[in-house]
Design a protein around this ligand. Structure first.
Ligand code: HEM
Ligand code: HEM
Length: 192
């Protein structure tokens, strides 16, 4: 397989792969918490196991993605984009980069305050965040509350912001007729 390098026109293979893997995993995790709400407790526990493993994968991929992005600039803005649109786009992208770290990190911190193991796809136990395990229930309580609040609040923010992000991509594609959507799609043919 030949790797598409980042060019002034489009994202590279690594940036595209990380974008779509992380997007899919986040949508799966939101779907899980949404769908399990009314399930019996054993089923909820089962699916929360998937939620945690998928979420920890997002954390690892997101750290790699941020490192990649810091060393590999994004393609140039298409012509005809107003400064307001540019600022709004950059603001949402920066916020997403923050959220894809903060949400799974807060989840990991939250479960690390429990003495329970954190199975990773049934393969091995993911370590607790250093310094958080071994507290009594009372000692752990305020930390658990704090991380839970951050996790749930910022986690649900995806539900509002992802549709805005998708709408912006479709607006670029169908109305502005530029390459903003195509340059994130592997193998797509860019418009001249
Ligand atoms: C990017 C990945 C993740 C997303 C988008 C996400 C999203 C969410 C959301 C929206 C909720 C709230 C559900 C509700 O209102 O009932 C939630 C709950 C929860 N998440 Fe995550 N999560 C992610 C990663 C993780 C990770 C890595 C862990 C732990 C290792 C985790 C553990 C939990 C737990 C235990 C709950 C239940 C909390 C509670 O309602 O008391 N999540 N998650
Ligand atoms: C949870 C889901 C998602 C997250 C967290 C996310 C996050 C991001 C981030 C941070 C960027 C900026 C990339 C960079 O410049 O380094 C980006 C770009 C992009 N995303 Fe998403 N994304 C998600 C889902 C989607 C979906 C479902 C679509 C489908 C339309 C999409 C379409 C795009 C496009 C077209 C770009 C390129 C924008 C540009 O070149 O300026 N994203 N996304």
């Amino acid at each position: 397989m030949s790797l598409t390098p980042v060019s002034p026109q489009r994202y590279g293979t690594v940036a595209m792969s990380l974008h779509w893997l992380i997007a899919l995993a986040i949508i799966a995790n939101l779907a899980i918490v949404f769908l399990i709400e009314d399930m019996p407790r054993p089923d909820r526990m089962f699916w929360m196991g998937w939620h945690k493993s998928i979420g920890l994968t997002v954390l690892i991929l997101s750290l790699a993605r941020v490192a990649w992005r810091l060393t590999h600039p994004a393609p140039a803005h298409p012509v005809g984009i107003s400064p307001a649109q540019r600022i709004a786009g950059a603001a949402l992208h920066h916020l997403f980069y923050l959220m894809i770290i903060v949400v799974p990190l807060a989840g990991w911190l939250m479960v690390s305050t429990n003495p329970r193991p954190i199975p990773f796809f049934g393969l091995f136990d993911f370590p607790a965040f250093p310094g958080l395990s071994g507290m009594t229930r009372e000692e752990a309580h305020p930390y658990h509350e704090l991380f839970e609040n951050i996790h749930v609040l910022v986690g649900w923010a995806f539900v509002f912001l992802v549709p805005v992000h998708i709408a912006a991509a479709l607006y670029h594609h169908h109305f502005l007729k530029n390459n903003v959507l195509l340059r994130m799609i592997p193998g797509s043919k860019l418009r001249p």
